[in-house]
Write a protein that binds this ligand. Structure first.
Ligand code: NAP
Length: 540
């Protein structure tokens, strides 16, 4: 294990190395540079955007309102960037991140096309020795802003390498155009990614086969262009919008409902559900009846309404029945939001294959074989999800003090304080990683970035170099997460428990206490003089 900075003048020795040029990493880099730290960033992709760099599949789009997803650290940025739609598509979002990077002169501190192979803590040097495919970096602080949905999962079907056509995971979509026109295309998976791809490509392909293992509760995104009046209102309301998204539980602007499902009579309830159906994105969760996730009868009432909508839209009753979830309630899995999804199943060129009834047996050179037959495909789209939460961090080859490997430290699941640090790994931070919250991610991840930045500034002002979190604090936070998980609205089948990956420990991967708990604990850190942490200069 290297414990000294590699003896090579060409090895950069930044104060802060950020890994990941997504929404979280860019913000961390900006804060660090603005505060005078020598900070740099590396990313395996060829440009900024993170999720919005890699997920360039047809139909990829926000389901957080664009202006609440973007940054709030600069009013000028907020005012000058005019989002075109309430829920921007991937190209616009990628343009936004490029704009931010240039607007704040960050690009010259960013290295693209660089993959981290290993990162080892050198205790004597008080630095992370980071090995990349383009050389070493010896960083004082390592911020792994590597994302929770960044390691694609493709199931290990027999014969997967035999397929001779094109095959792309939604999260590794090529930068060059993929020609789908007139082709026989398979989409495997009907989570948020699959249900965005399917309606987008259906009109141009010759045949579309949708391999669905479980149906999802999809409701309309209700996207539309932002009008001139709305643009003006957004500009005028910057301060109040910033305040609301910085303090609300989910980081959205949505107003919570104060009524419960059965406070209303049936016809009022039906009218309210119609209003929900026609309202934007996540409001179906955040502004719905307040007992939606807590009371099974309330949840069932909303599910009945959505099931009725699916039956109304989809002409073939057998297809409609297959599209109605039977294994989970609304919100037990992270709900996808769609445009024209159910309508697509009325097309003549689409076939829905239920892979519970007829499981995928293997891939062949020409297509996919299920238990009942073989289907030929020219292109396969893997919309099969991710190794959520810990996937990227556990693939970074991170080795902490005394040769402790992160993969061993977390063999039974992640242990963290604030979802930001873990014991035994000084100066390693992972904002937006495991034990972060669900909701409008940039806001919650931004809270974590702010806290890390505060920690770095505090360390600098004390003349210290090394920051460590105490085991007790890690245990307390992790116990809170695990206890809260028992009451989580998300079910066992949600990837939030890691159960979609064979062999992964079944552990809750979000912060079950949500944003309020994070705020409370950060206040506690401040009020008791950072008792959960120890810091020291390198020479001591
Ligand atoms: P996902 O929600 O994990 O969906 C994966 C899909 O693949 C599921 O339908 C799953 O079926 C299926 N699958 C997995 N293994 C399979 C197998 N062996 N055989 C057949 N089917 C299999 O992944 P995702 O759709 O990429 O979405 C992940 C998350 O990314 C979302 O929840 C969301 O947070 C984010 N996202 C956001 C947006 C947006 O609008 N902003 C868009 C896309 C993604 P089962 O359900 O049966 O496991």
């Amino acid at each position: 294990m290297p414990d000294t900075v590699p003896a090579d003048d060409t090895v950069p020795t930044p104060d802060v190395l950020v890994v990941g040029a997504g929404v979280t990493g860019i913000y961390q880099l900006h804060l660090a540079r603005a505060a005078g730290f020598d900070a740099m960033l590396v990313d395996a992709g060829d440009g900024p955007g993170g999720t919005w760099f890699w997920n360039r599949y047809p139909g990829a789009r926000f389901d957080s309102e664009s202006y609440t997803y973007g940054y709030f650290f600069s009013e000028e940025l907020f005012v000058e960037w005019e989002w075109q739609e309430h829920f921007a598509g991937q190209p616009e979002t990628e343009r936004y991140f490029n704009h931010v990077v240039d607007r704040f002169d960050l690009r010259r501190h960013m290295c693209f096309g660089v993959s981290v192979l290993a990162a080892t803590w050198g205790d004597a040097a008080g630095r992370w020795i980071v090995e990349t495919d383009r050389g070493h970096i010896a960083a004082r602080h390592l911020v792994a802003a590597t994302g929770v949905l960044s390691v694609p999962h493709i199931p290990a079907f027999d014969g997967i390498d035999d397929f001779a056509g094109a095959a792309h995971h939604t999260g590794r979509w090529p930068t060059e155009p993929v020609d789908l026109a007139g082709r026989r295309v398979a989409v495997v998976g009907t989570g948020s990614s699959g249900v965005q791809v399917i309606p987008e490509i259906a009109p141009e392909v010759a045949e579309l086969t949708v391999y669905q293992r479980s149906a999802n509760w999809c409701t309309p995104l209700n996207n539309r262009p932002i009008t001139d009046e709305e643009q003006a209102a957004l500009r005028a309301d910057f301060e109040s919008i910033r305040h609301t998204v910085a303090t609300s539980v989910h980081g959205f602007l949505h107003r919570a409902n104060d009524r419960s499902t059965f406070d209303d009579d049936e016809s009022t309830r039906r009218a309210f559900y119609e209003e929900m159906w026609n309202s934007p994105g996540f409001t179906k969760l955040t502004s719905n009846y307040l007992d939606l996730t807590a009371d099974p009868a309330a949840n069932a009432a909303f599910c009945d309404f959505v099931a009725g909508k699916i039956r109304e839209i989809v002409h073939d009753p057998a297809t409609a029945a297959r599209l109605i979830p039977s294994d989970h309630r609304f919100s037990e899995k992270r709900p996808p939001f769609v445009a024209g999804y159910y309508e697509t199943f009325n097309r003549d060129n689409l076939e829905l294959v239920d892979t519970q009834a007829t499981p995928i047996r293997r891939l062949t050179a020409t297509g996919i074989e299920t238990s009942d037959r073989h289907r030929d495909h020219d292109v396969i789209v893997w919309a099969t999800g991710w190794d959520f939460g810990t996937g990227a961090l556990e693939r970074m080859g991170i080795v902490g003090r005394g040769g402790l490997r992160l993969v061993d430290h977390w063999a039974d699941g992640p242990t963290t304080f604030l979802g930001i640090m873990t014991d035994g790994f000084p100066n390693l931070y992972f904002p937006g990683g495991p034990h972060a919250a669900a909701g409008n991610n940039p806001r919650y991840n931004g809270d974590q970035v702010d806290f890390i930045h505060e920690a770095l500034e505090r360390l600098r002002s004390r003349g210290d170099d090394v920051l460590e979190v105490d085991l007790d604090a890690v245990r307390r936070w992790t116990d809170m997460v695990d206890r809260g998980a028992e009451h989580s609205p998300f079910g066992e089948r949600s990837y939030y428990f890691g159960t979609n990956i064979a062999g992964k420990p079944r552990k809750y991967l979000l912060n079950s206490g949500g944003r309020p708990k994070l705020f409370k604990e950060i206040e506690r850190v401040r009020s008791n003089d950072w008792a959960a942490f120890r810091s020291r200069p390198v020479s001591s």
